[in-house]
Design a protein around this ligand. Structure first.
Ligand code: 3PY
Length: 255
């Protein structure tokens, strides 16, 4: 089962998630038990290598929460490693062209839809009950969520063609701002960045696909939920930990 896919297909609410940047299965478990619908195991900018990914992904899945892996770059071998670890979805950063997106889908799906190779029983172990080889092959393509980040000018220019090709188009507002010449400064977003975000949401809605966005806190996440976003990253482990300690210190100091 893919709990995130179930929310997408059976519920009308946004799926709220958290970004795991720090390595460790205990961190994965804390995040998965927080009430989040999905956890993004961030192998692009997080401090998470291949071994840490193979620990994080099953720890999250075991708690009935969807582990999604953000691969460091769009390389077929990275897609393969992430899916073999048992990821329920794959997020490719910084894609540029329709061809990039087609390459992701080809790498992520078993034949005949794609060219993913089979060789690892590890992903199968993450299911309960463990499927047979045939059952796994039958359900893997269908249950997988493919996601690409729209965060370059080129991807923005082609977003209407990209959206139909994947399950989720996911906005990275920081990179998108940088790449279209309107960086986010001290949390402030330029109206042109807002317009680009609206265009991406519209492309997803028109294609009948889901739209995701990265946020830096609950208030911002609520604003995007109200706009109709389907997959929202509320915060990261890294910032949450620091903020929680700072809040406790403020109280401890009697301030
Ligand atoms: C961005 O905002 O660019 C992201 O990809 C979030 O990590």
């Amino acid at each position: 089962a893919n709990p995130l896919k179930q929310i997408f297909t059976q519920e009308s609410r946004p799926a709220m998630g958290v970004w795991q940047m720090l390595p460790g299965a205990n961190i994965s478990r804390i995040l998965a038990r927080s009430g989040a619908d999905w956890v993004m195991v961030d192998c692009e900018h997080g401090n998470i290598d291949d071994a840490a990914m193979h620990e994080a992904v099953p720890a999250i899945a075991a708690l009935g929460v969807s582990p999604i892996v953000r691969i460091p770059d769009l390389q077929p071998w990275m897609v393969k490693r992430a899916l073999d670890s048992g990821a329920h979805g794959i997020l490719a950063p910084l894609i540029r062209t329709v061809e990039d997106v087609q390459n992701l889908v080809t790498a992520a799906k078993f034949p005949p839809e794609g060219k993913r190779g089979f060789g690892s029983p590890i992903a199968m172990q993450n299911f309960n009950p463990i499927p047979t080889f045939t059952e796994y092959l039958q359900q893997a393509n269908e249950s997988l969520l493919t996601m690409v980040q729209i965060e370059t000018q080129e991807a923005l220019d082609s977003v209407e063609e990209i959206a139909p090709l994947v399950d989720v188009i996911f906005i990275g507002p920081f990179d998108l701002g940088n790449n279209i010449g309107h960086p986010i400064i001290e949390g402030k977003m330029d109206p042109e960045l807002d317009e680009a975000i609206e265009r991406i949401l519209k492309a997803a809605v028109t294609a009948g696909k889901k739209c995701g966005i990265f946020c830096t806190g609950g208030e911002q996440a609520k604003r995007y939920a109200d706009k109709g976003f389907n997959m929202i990253s509320v915060a990261t482990d890294y910032t949450l930990l620091g903020a929680a300690m700072a809040d406790s210190l403020t109280i401890a100091h009697g301030q």
